[in-house]
Design a protein around this ligand. Structure first.
Ligand SMILES: [Cu+2]
Length: 449
């Protein structure tokens, strides 16, 4: 900006001098050569000044006048202006933009989708194959840190409390997962809805801990929030907070526009649901799952987005079994000698760096077909160590209009990544954080031609 100012001063000074020379009418002998000299200088100076002005203008740093002019993102690059023209962006705060933020209020254009969810205590094995499926070999000494059962080590299998789906309110007939969905592991059933639908979750808690079902994104009233805190509610409005062992509760969630895709989303978005009676304890126990909302008019009968051939769900989390309610029970059941209170190796052994509850490639392999439209939904849960960078080998994805093959997650991040695989083979899919990779946060997916 200093350059622009100096150039402008020089330009004005030149113009003033030229004007003065012409007005005073210097003697012909002296005047003519001077006028010619001034004109020649101007002819050279004008393009140079124009160039200087132009360069200094386009190179103004972000946050400067030029940066602000170029768009709401403040990055100062010309393509931002093009993007703004293509779609409303944060900062383009006209009425049309705010109408999209708000969406239409809920109106029941769809159906009621009913789910029967039980929370159940099960023994979950993070490495059921008993080997490292990524190397194709036995576990080495490093992997044994997290998977080897020993006299004071629990090993790879723990008592957990998980959401499981049933066919009806008798909760006698489990709804079997198709073989192709086995990779979903310890996560709950995928809950689906289209904008305009109502979701009803009939919940039965069979675990010894109080539990709830708390959704993200959808519209709920206090009796369907599933979280106890000082929110000025009482009576019936608190029955959702902590369903006791053997207790039931029905959660009703509406799906308005603002629970569905926003201006920059595709045809569907993903939300998580999890128990929030004791948020930390419950999610480490395993009570979490995926919820997908498809845009109005863009869903199949089952709620899935009609333009997508295959959806894949992956939860990256360092499951801290040391913070699970079931720690004491796990020690009692699975160790011969209880670990010493300060046994740091024991603490480390309980940090399961898992994807959907699997370590070292033990997740049943997801198989995709070359050329099909695949939507990956990835999320993370946990604490400050849960910064994950899932990386797809072999193929790339598009996230919110941007090409990537690594995405970034923080605790409770939810992200949609679209892929059209063009590269047949068995490919690694892993967290790119070195410490997490070492601890087994990896799996593989297959693309068939
Ligand atoms: Cu990670």
């Amino acid at each position: 900006m200093v350059l622009v100012f100096v150039a402008a001063v020089v330009l004005i000074a030149c113009a003033t001098a030229v004007a003065a020379v012409w007005r005073r009418g210097l003697g012909h002998a002296a005047g003519a050569p001077l006028r010619r000299a001034l004109l020649a200088t101007g002819a050279v100076a004008a393009p140079v000044l124009a160039l200087v002005l132009g360069v200094s203008w386009t190179q103004a740093p972000s946050g400067g006048a030029a940066g602000n002019l170029s768009g709401a993102h403040g990055s100062g690059h010309l393509h931002d202006a093009t993007q703004l023209a293509a779609a409303p962006a944060p900062g383009a705060s006209d009425d049309a933009y705010w109408a999209q933020v708000a969406g239409e209020p809920f109106h029941p254009t769809g159906v009621t989708r009913t789910y029967y969810l039980a929370a159940e205590e099960v023994v979950w094995d993070y490495a059921p194959d008993g080997r490292n499926d990524v190397t194709g070999k036995r576990f080495d000494d490093v992997a044994d840190t997290w998977v080897k059962k020993d006299k004071s080590r629990i090993g790879s299998a723990y008592v957990k409390c998980l959401y499981r789906q049933y066919t009806d309110s008798t909760f006698t007939q489990p709804k079997e997962r198709p073989a192709g969905d086995a990779y979903l592991g310890f996560t709950g059933p995928v809950i689906r809805a289209e904008v305009g639908d109502t979701i009803k979750v009939h919940f039965l808690n069979r675990c010894s801990i109080g539990a709830s079902v708390h959704p993200h994104g959808v519209f709920y009233q206090k009796a369907s929030e599933g979280a106890p805190y000082a929110d000025n509610t009482s009576g019936k409005d608190t029955l959702d907070d902590a369903v006791p062992k053997g207790g039931r509760h029905t959660y009703t969630w509406l799906v308005p526009d603002r629970a569905g895709p926003g201006p920059h989303d595709g045809s569907s978005v993903m939300w998580m649901y999890h128990s929030h009676t004791d948020e930390v304890r419950d999610t480490y126990a395993g009570l979490q799952g995926f919820l997908v909302v498809t845009a109005r008019g863009k869903a199949r009968a089952d709620g899935s987005p009609a333009d997508v051939d295959r959806e894949v769900f992956q939860l990256f989390a360092v499951m801290n079994e040391g913070s699970s309610t079931y720690l004491d029970e796990n020690i009692k059941r699975f160790t011969k000698v209880p670990p010493a209170p300060e046994d740091e190796g024991f603490e480390e052994s309980n940090l399961k760096h898992s994807i959907n509850g699997y370590l070292f490639g033990n997740q049943p392999m997801v198989t995709l077909r070359q050329g099909e439209r695949v939507r990956w939904y990835v999320m993370s849960m946990g604490t400050e160590v849960d910064l994950h960078t899932p990386h797809w080998h072999g193929n790339t994805v598009v996230v919110m209009g941007t090409r990537m093959d690594v995405v970034s997650l923080l605790p409770a991040s939810m992200l949609v990544a679209d892929m059209v695989p063009d590269n047949p083979g068995i490919w690694l899919f892993h967290c790119h954080v070195n410490d997490h990779l070492t601890a087994g946060m990896m799996t593989r997916y297959r693309v068939t031609s």
